[in-house]
Design a binder for this molecule. Structure first.
Ligand code: HEM
Length: 431
């Protein structure tokens, strides 16, 4: 029997349509994502209907234990009407809440038209711990000097512009944007499906500016995933299960406008890694570059991954065991000076493209377009990403392998209470 044959009869496209259409009408809104019925898990989905909460004090996808896949989409607003932005955010909120429970998104037809059904491509999949995190780019508050939606005065003081950092090669088409949606799930299609529905709901109001898919290596509870350079990535993060640490370094507090409290500031960077170059380096050079052992993840000079980092340790020649320009030394020095961020990065692999060098030995050929979708969250950008990267971008040994080619930074508003839409308090404050 094929997988298709084994699906329950009411999971046909027709059944799917009629089951949701009636309920959509009952819901009395012009959008009824998910109406009221969860998609039935396919018989082969087993008990895995893992869900993450959507409503709450904070948005999901920040301290949520990392799912295996991410799909980030950044949109540009194409409307001049503030009411259309509010409606979009309400639709997105309802859709994200439904999707995170594995429900479909349907757009009821207008003027007697047939309803637009969910594409149903994840019909037989579990919700896969989907989270959808929404963020606001600078363009929501002001674009080209114009206060399009009357929100300029609500821009948080801490939501500063990012300076240009040495080595940045940010491609405009992959940089910035007005609205962000980060979908994370243990299944890549579930994450993509979510963003696809948001794009569908945005038709005529916002259009995609850039997208980026990512993945993390498979890892078990308590294990740190490895990035494409082969190093454990995430060890030195603050503890996400410590509300005290999260309040101190990740969540915006009293200093922020009311709508931002419980939110965070997110930086995304598409960091292309010259993997061909990296793969030709010796392991000891690679370890010097990071300041940690490749296999164990331990700081150089220590034994275990979680051992403390001793920046004063010297080798027999009196040289620092953790090199002056190693990635971890620079980052850790900044942490000791109070600059702490929560990293939640994903690897990316977008195939290969042609690269031609204009200098000896004039290498040319196909090179991987792969690297790290660096993602971090912080309470204070100036004392977080900006402070750390100002130093890192100038001195880090890792820079010879890494080029930042895109990204953006976003204000991630606080969590959403049932009945509200994401960012509602921002719009109310500005009315
Ligand atoms: C391609 C880009 C990057 C790669 C491959 C990378 C990789 C790593 C690795 C392997 C570690 C050691 C293990 C760990 O603690 O997680 C680390 C630590 C760290 N990285 Fe990165 N990183 C990258 C970019 C950045 C950027 C852009 C920042 C911030 C601006 C950053 C901040 C940190 C911090 C704060 C630590 C922990 C330091 C500590 O232990 O106190 N990294 N990174």
């Amino acid at each position: 029997m094929t997988k298709r044959d084994s699906m329950p009869p009411r999971a046909t496209r027709r059944g799917f349509l009629s089951a949701t259409a009636g309920l959509a009408a009952l819901a009395g809104s012009n959008l009824a994502p998910g109406a009221a019925r969860a998609l039935d898990p396919a018989p082969d989905a087993g008990a895995a209907r893992a869900t993450e909460p959507f409503w709450g004090e904070h948005q999901g996808g920040v301290v949520t234990p990392a799912q295996a896949h991410a799909y980030i989409a950044v949109f540009d607003l194409a409307t001049a009407k503030r009411a259309e932005v509010e409606t979009l955010l309400r639709r997105w909120t309802d859709a994200a809440a439904a999707l995170s429970e594995g429900k479909p998104v349907e757009i009821p037809g207008e003027g007697g038209e047939e309803a637009q059904a969910d594409p149903a491509d994840v019909l037989d999949l579990s919700p896969s711990r989907l989270t959808v995190t929404f963020g606001f780019g600078l363009g929501l508050f002001e674009k080209d000097g114009v206060d399009r939606y009357g929100l300029r005065a609500q821009r948080p003081a801490a939501f500063v512009d990012l300076p240009h950092f040495p080595g940045d090669q940010l491609v405009p088409a992959r940089t910035g944007g007005d609205l962000l949606a980060q979908a994370c799930a243990d299944n890549p299609q579930v994450a993509f499906h979510a963003v696809r529905q948001l794009a569908r709901l945005a038709y005529g109001v916002a259009k995609i500016r850039w997208v980026q898919a990512g993945f993390v290596s498979d890892f078990g509870a308590g294990r740190t995933p490895r990035n494409l350079m082969g190093f454990k990535d995430g060890t030195g993060n603050p503890a996400t299960d410590s509300p005290k640490e999260m309040d101190a370094f990740v969540w915006a507090g009293e200093e922020a406008p009311a709508w931002m409290r419980g939110g965070s500031y997110m930086v995304v960077r598409r960091a292309r890694i010259a993997l061909e170059h990296w793969d030709r380096m010796t392991v000891s050079f690679q370890e010097q570059t990071f300041g940690r052992a490749k296999l164990s993840g331990a700081p150089l000079g220590a034994e275990n991954e979680r051992d403390p980092i001793d920046l004063d340790a010297k080798d027999a020649n009196g040289d620092p065991v953790i090199a002056e320009n190693s990635h971890v030394r620079i980052a850790h020095q900044m942490a000791l000076a109070g600059a702490k961020i929560l990293r939640r990065s994903y690897s990316y692999n977008d195939g290969a493209n042609i690269t031609a060098e204009r200098w000896p030995p004039w290498r040319q050929g196909m090179e991987f377009d792969a690297g790290l979708v660096f993602v971090c969250f912080q309470r204070d950008l100036a004392n977080g990403f900006i402070k750390i990267f100002e130093k890192m971008s100038r001195f880090d040994m890792m820079n010879q392998f890494v080029t930042n080619v895109g990204g953006g930074h976003f204000a991630i508003p606080g969590g959403v209470a049932k009945g509200e839409f994401v960012g509602q308090r921002l719009f109310e404050a500005a009315s």
